[in-house]
Design a protein around this ligand. Structure first.
Ligand SMILES: Cc1cc2nc3c(=O)[nH]c(=O)nc-3n(C[C@H](O)[C@H](O)[C@H](O)COP(=O)(O)O)c2cc1C
Length: 367
């Protein structure tokens, strides 16, 4: 029935075909985060340790060039003098106390930055002000959050300092204030604060998918549309295995088991084309057919004969796995007793996981 309808419709609509240029399907994943901090008496250091046990982030500690200073001596005289110099000439680099060269000089890889600083005389500690004076401009366009540690003073002037030194950013939530009386509860304060932040996501380009049939894997270059974007998001969670059947002497096709967004148009499908039919069926072509379809992509670099072999043309019940890794996927997940150990989706142990999807303690986690 489907074949008859296909032939009839292809005669009617053969004239208006359109070839999409293969482009990237863009998906979102969590952006990279940097925690930058200064700490004189290690309270901020302890805050950062709690923070980075809860989020995945790179960490950079700012150090003064002069490590002999006792900021608290003579009623905090040196600390006061440093702040007064900045206040007198806030736009002059010479007003800021020197700091050691920083380990990360290029912030372009980060979407999110969390600044952790002590409060000095109700202002931002002078050493952190130097860092932000030098590098605040690089934070432009990023998502930035602030944690302030004080003995008891409130932090509004530190917030004002941060806004003077770091401009054109999206401030994430309200600054978190941790003081002497609640410092011991810093882990739960941070845990409650983190969900109030709107972390930036990173646009990632995913323009490849893999098709595996009986252990043979071929690459598909995806087009950029809502259907491929949704498909990639699904495949980021887990590979999808479908059972396809040959049909019409030009394709193997069958249900995906879920629907994707359609933008159907008349397409003259060619060998290698991977196509969405009726929103929830995938068709992989080894011949040609004209129909109203949504294009998903094209198998790279196989001749028509090679496609017929790979796709098991004219066979039935062909098990086809779609994935973003060159793998047949995970059939089961064995939980391990080594808590904190991460595995990639294809089962390999990952020592230092960065952003992405991993298996930890038998569960999928997104970093
Ligand atoms: C020079 C200096 C000035 C300070 N001024 C204040 C202040 O005005 N109010 C306050 O509550 N705490 C003040 N503090 C205390 C620090 O804000 C507090 O101990 C903070 O937790 C220190 O963080 P750290 O251990 O990471 O350096 C001051 C500390 C220093 C060194």
């Amino acid at each position: 029935m489907k074949n008859f309808a296909l032939i009839l419709m292809s005669l009617l609509m053969m004239c208006c075909t359109k070839d999409d240029k293969a482009k990237a399907a863009t998906v979102q994943e969590a952006g990279k985060t940097l925690v930058v901090y200064y700490s004189y008496t290690n309270n901020c250091h302890e805050i950062v340790t709690s923070l980075t046990s809860q989020i995945q982030a790179d960490v950079m500690r700012i150090e003064p060039a002069d490590k002999t200073q006792k900021y608290e001596a003579n009623n905090y005289a040196i600390g006061t003098a440093l702040l007064n110099a900045i206040k007198a000439n806030p736009n002059d680099a010479a007003s800021y106390p020197a700091i050691d060269p920083v380990s990360i000089t290029d912030l372009s890889q980060y979407e999110n930055i969390i600044i952790v600083t002590p409060l000095w005389w109700s202002q931002m500690a002078a050493i952190m002000q130097t860092y932000l004076f030098n590098y605040g401009a690089q934070m432009s366009g990023k998502h930035v959050a602030l944690i302030v540690s004080s003995y008891s003073s409130s932090i509004s002037d530190v917030v004002a300092d941060s806004k003077r030194l770091v401009k054109n950013v999206t401030w994430m939530g309200d600054a978190l204030w941790i003081n002497n009386s609640n410092h011991r509860n810093r882990a739960s304060l941070i845990e409650n604060w983190l969900p109030t932040l709107n972390f930036a996501e990173k646009q990632t380009t995913m323009d490849k998918m893999y098709i595996t049939i009986e252990g043979q894997t071929q690459t598909v270059t995806l087009v950029d549309n809502q259907a491929t974007k949704t498909l990639v998001e699904k495949l980021q969670q887990t590979p999808v295995t479908v059972t396809l059947n040959s049909s019409g002497g030009f394709e193997i096709w069958g249900t995906l088991g879920f629907s994707l967004p359609t933008n159907n148009e008349q397409i003259n499908a060619q060998p290698g084309d991977v196509i969405l039919y009726n929103g929830s069926n995938i068709c992989i072509f080894y011949g040609t057919n004209s129909w109203s379809y949504t294009r998903l992509g094209k198998i790279d670099g196989l001749s028509e004969n090679q496609l017929r072999t790979f796709l098991k043309a004219r066979e039935s019940n062909i098990s086809v796995t779609l994935s973003l890794n060159n793998t047949t996927g995970i059939s089961s997940v064995r939980s391990n007793t080594e808590s904190g150990v991460y595995y990639s989706l294809n089962g390999q142990r990952v020592e230092n996981p960065t952003h992405g999807i991993y298996i930890k303690n038998g569960k999928k986690v997104i970093l």
